[in-house]
Design a protein around this ligand. Structure first.
Ligand code: SAH
Ligand code: SF4
Ligand code: F3S
Length: 493
């Protein structure tokens, strides 16, 4: 699932790192492979890696690139418990994401004592914050390599520096330098589906959010690059792609070529890209995330409606039902606008599933604001809601606003969760007894006679089946509804 061809393209006699990325990185992958080969001979065993991912789809996809580099350098995939090289790809969207990492690090320290070959790497969003890097430098000396979201492509080079004697290798770029990792190997988690980055960063600066601070300004990949990647994936057996960006609806506002942002092309925006991706032979399902309500256009709704390959699923984070709070959050839409959007979407795409993110306890949230959120949830009837307790992110404007007491937030959060569950159960159940197409994703982890897959609208279905079905599209009758998922029976292929 990764390409060794790239390595064989490297000139044999190249004995110094070239300047051009990604050739430079392929050089380091080759040198690293030599280091690992020597170590494996000495130890008489294979060396292994694990990349542990926290956070969103973006990070998950970055991890596939990190894994591609390590696999091409000759390492075997393993798990966090046993791997020699463990990389944590971190998230920092909420404080508990940070706490989780520190918990894991504590455990690793003990393991490292027992395995002298062990190498620990940290990367991802948390590492883009200088104060975190200082903490790692001062308090976590046993961490070997630290890098950020803009230089995941450098993994081989940084590991090589570690193996050639540098103590704690820290290299966190402040700004993007293009995305050379797109030309490096990747190791996909699933053979039949894949994420595809269509843009990076975010320009929205919602007042609670750290993402623009750790992922940089918004920049879109040029359409040709994206379509080429999708074509390559299709040739490789992928039938489902998920187009990834923090706000896919503003795709094309800032195109980039390498590190240079090239000017906006008003002729080509997200609906065009979506339609073009659907035209790629072999691709059967196209998903995308995330949509921002302020930018979701009528044209996008039409393109979804007219392209059966686009999955009937829209993730449209609302955050709050209070127009007053939405303004302070800098979301740039109102409750009414959001409700209007939902009506429009449902009118044009009647079978669509709509999911959202909601935050409770944003600074200054009053009981009236919260009642607006409850009212919105009641009116919309989401298929799925991801609920979050507001978490202070230092450096964001909301961090300096008056905070809501914890017990009030907690009580509201519980009330919201109750309503969300009741509404989602009503919604998901609407397909009961229908026969639908399911893409089989895996053998059930608890029962080897069962498989699990997803409907076009992303709902999970479990049914009797065998591992040969993984990656195939089958017809399943949804016989039993279990709240958020179905138990079904396969009725055809
Ligand atoms: N780009 C996406 C969201 C990315 S972050 C969008 O704009 O919708 C995913 C979710 O994390 C957000 O939708 C929000 O609900 C939540 N989130 C972001 N910052 C947060 C914070 N400081 N505290 C709690 N939840 C937060
Ligand atoms: Fe964060 Fe807002 Fe950007 Fe989403 S749109 S990533 S919530 S700043
Ligand atoms: Fe977390 Fe970074 Fe994604 S902060 S949510 S992993 S963009």
């Amino acid at each position: 699932m990764y390409s060794n061809d790239l390595l064989s393209n490297l000139p044999e006699n190249l004995d110094y790192p070239p300047m051009d990325e990604p050739l430079r990185q392929m050089y380091f992958i080759r040198e690293l492979k030599k280091v690992f080969d020597r170590k494996e001979q000495e130890l008489g065993r294979k060396l292994s890696f694990a990349v542990v991912t926290f956070g969103c789809q973006m990070n998950a996809h970055d991890s596939e690139k990190l894994e591609g580099i390590l696999a091409t350098a000759g390492l075997e995939a393993s798990d966090e418990e046993t791997a020699d090289i463990v990389i944590y790809n971190t998230c920092t969207v909420r404080e508990n994401a940070n706490m989780k990492l520190y918990g894991h690090l504590g455990q690793l320290k003990a393991k490292k004592k027992n395995n002298p070959e062990m190498v620990i790497g940290l990367c991802g969003c948390m590492m883009q914050q200088p104060e975190i890097v200082t903490t790692i430098r001062e308090k976590f000396r046993f961490v070997d390599v630290v890098f950020g979201t803009f230089n995941i492509f450098m993994l081989a080079e940084l590991l090589y520096r570690h193996y050639t004697g540098e103590k704690q290798v820290i290299e966190v770029l402040k700004d993007p330098v293009g995305n050379p990792e797109n030309s490096l190997p990747e190791r996909r988690k699933f053979s039949f589906k894949s994420g595809v980055n269509i843009m990076y960063g975010c320009n929205n600066f919602c007042t609670f959010c750290i993402v623009p601070h750790v992922r940089g300004r918004e920049r879109s990949r040029i359409p040709e690059d994206i379509i080429d990647e999708v074509k390559r994936l299709a040739v490789d057996g992928v039938t489902e792609v998920m187009l990834l960006g923090q706000n896919v609806n503003s795709y094309g506002v800032n195109f980039m070529e390498e590190s240079n942002i090239i000017k906006n092309n008003p002729e080509y925006s997200f609906p065009d890209l979506l339609a073009d991706v659907c035209k790629v032979d072999g691709i059967k399902r196209v998903r995308f995330m995330t949509s921002h309500p302020k930018d979701l256009s009528d044209r996008l709704i039409e393109v979804i409606r007219d392209n059966p390959k686009v999955c009937r699923q829209i993730h449209l984070p609302v955050q709050s039902g209070s127009s007053r709070l939405l303004k302070i959050m800098n979301r740039r839409y109102t409750k009414e606008h959001y409700l209007g959007l939902i009506d429009k979407i449902r009118k044009e795409i009647p079978d669509v599933s709509i999911s959202t993110d909601i935050m409770v306890g944003f600074p200054g949230e009053t009981e009236e604001d919260f009642a607006e959120t409850m009212d919105l949830v009641d009116k919309v009837g989401f298929d799925q809601v991801f609920t979050f307790v507001y978490s202070i992110r230092s450096g964001t404007p909301a961090a300096k606003m008056e905070q809501v007491p914890e017990e009030i937030t907690k009580e509201r959060f519980d009330r919201l969760l109750k309503l969300v569950n009741v509404k989602a159960k009503e919604k998901v159940g609407r397909f009961k007894n229908q026969t639908v197409e399911v893409l089989v994703e895996d053998v059930d982890s608890h029962d080897s006679e069962m498989v699990t897959g997803r409907m076009n609208n992303n709902t999970t279905v479990h049914f009797k089946g065998c591992k040969e079905l993984v990656g195939q599209y089958v017809m399943v009758k949804l016989s039993e509804e279990k709240g958020f998922y179905y138990i079904g029976e396969m009725v055809g292929q």
